[in-house]
Ligand binder design. Structure first.
Ligand code: ZN
Length: 116
């Protein structure tokens, strides 16, 4: 996340999100309705016409950073000299959810995917 702005009056999240593999950013805009539900989103990533991981990262970042008392906030994430690309999971320190108490076999995972 290079830059993140939340404009509460407009329900608008704007962000510059690092590309996964390239040294560039994509501009993301997410509009929320009055209940805080996502109304629409856009991303300048060529394949981000529908929903992409840059929008997902913006939503997750906003979820972590915005509190209900915020009117207008802006965070500029300082760019480090040696940028390290992290997964959203790692940057937000999300604990991995596991529904099984053991590692599933490839066969079980394949069977599960076929049922989906
Ligand atoms: Zn995108």
């Amino acid at each position: 996340m290079q830059k993140f702005i939340f404009i509460a009056e407009l329900g608008l999240l704007k962000a510059e999100v690092y590309a996964g593999m390239k040294n560039r950013t994509y501009n993301v805009e997410i509009t929320l309705d009055v209940d805080g539900q996502i109304k629409e989103g856009s991303c300048t990533y060529p394949r981000g016409q529908f929903v992409c991981h840059h929008m997902a990262a913006t939503c997750l970042y906003g979820h972590e950073q915005i509190s209900v008392t915020d009117v207008q906030c802006q965070w500029t994430v300082r760019r480090s000299i040696d940028r390290v690309t992290q997964t959203v999971e790692a940057s937000l320190n999300v604990k991995r959810h596991r529904s099984a108490d053991r590692n599933l076999t490839d066969e079980e995972i394949k069977e599960f995917h076929e049922k989906l």
